[in-house]
Ligand binder design. Sequence first.
Ligand code: AMP
Ligand code: MG
Length: 495
Amino acid sequence: MTVDSVTQLQLDNSFAALPADFYTRLEPRPLNAPRLLHANEQAAELIGLSPQALQSEDFLQVCAGQQPLPGGQTLAAVYSGHQFGVWAGQLGDGRAHLLGEVVGPQGNWELQLKGSGMTPYSRMGDGRAVLRSSVREYLASEAMQGLGIPTTRALAVVVSDDPVVRETVETAAIVMRMSPSFVRFGSFEHWSSRRQPEQLQQLTDYVIDKFYPQCRDAGANGVPGPDGDVLRLLTEVTRRTALLMADWQAVGFCHGVMNTDNMSILGLTLDYGPYGFMDTFQLGHVCNHSDTEGRYAWNRQPSVALWNLYRLAGSLHTLVSDVDALRGVLDGYEAIFVQAFHQRMAAKLGLSQWRAEDEPLLDALLKLMHEQRADFTLTFRRLADAVRGQTQGFADLFIDREAARAWYERLAARHAEDDMGAAARADAMDAVNPLYVLRNHLAEQAIRAAKAGDASEIDTLLRLLRDPYTEKAGYDSYAALPPDWAGGLEVSCSS
Ligand code: AMP
Ligand code: MG
């Protein structure tokens, strides 16, 4: 069941029903003469919006902040957070407006504009977003979805000729995002830091009742009562966060700004900024040019997520006095992450099961990739070709081809102990090792075309990234090593 106009959507506004100090009600500041750059029919389906609806004037006006979402209650939410390890105090939706919560055929989805003008939480910012970062967010959220990694979604990008000043003058844009919720770790830190336990309790109750009802005390095992509910919530958030980190690591994804205000309470990838899918593999790869200390380097992401969970648990300590119980929950993080990571890596290597003895084999590969700057995505993808008997493509990714072949012989020996035919193994590997990922230069090509009014490159990328495991004829360049000019691309916090 779909509807042909945003005016026909059914709305529920559960976040807006929280007390008034959780947000500020205000309308967006519209873009002038907005144009729809791209709309996402697959995301639209989640909320029951037809493809025709996306082409309507109503839809454009809502996306550009010119009209409220009919039935919605527009607001900017307040939160706080730790940025680059330092307490940053109050933050909030500085350039985002939550338009409302759609009751769709596939659950409830909040619709949020990003880049829609100043709010009381804008601090020094202008409330705007540029085409470049909006297209990057739009593409990345769909790429993650295609990889099967939990993420917020993106419904549309609109652009306008309004100038936005960054390092240079850029084109203004708004991206319409979708998520069951945009509540962050920082939303919890906000109330605990302000010593407002009542609001913290209200937020916690809201999140448990709406998203984690299974955490409510059912008189089962464990700590009874409200303390137990909070501990079960932390347990579930810890689990989802650990699994998300395993997912990121397994595809060579770097978030870039893992501040606590960018950590979803639902365990989703949230707030795409200077992210990157690695080309050449470096253990300490830093995708964010502004991250001079390398705090959010690829190999640090899992431990940073735990650090962030500590900040969340510290906030929940306001509600649960038993510190040992909170710490006990976080003590479970590492095992969940490691097990999930090994599971994913085993699949990538074509092993039906991870064994403790596989650790040195994996370490040796990562070390070799690191030393020789092998391409992350293609290294894993071409392992399946090696299983099919063609080792050349794999070896060619390394300067020292003999070392690569020698490592592959070790893997082949391990495969021999594993009861699976070569063809089935190679197919299974192709099903978990993507061929197409959103490399920086691919995003850049789509951005350059979009600036010239051509969205066809976005179409092409979405087609490939939504099904990144299946090779498509005629798209070799999208699966190839990055061209030389890609090495000069820098992404920073500027967006
Ligand atoms: P980020 O790290 O990009 O998620 O942003 C951190 C904080 O800065 C959030 O509270 C954002 O809302 C805010 N912010 C980022 N860019 C802008 C901007 N151009 N205008 C206003 N607020 C912004
Ligand atoms: Mg953010």
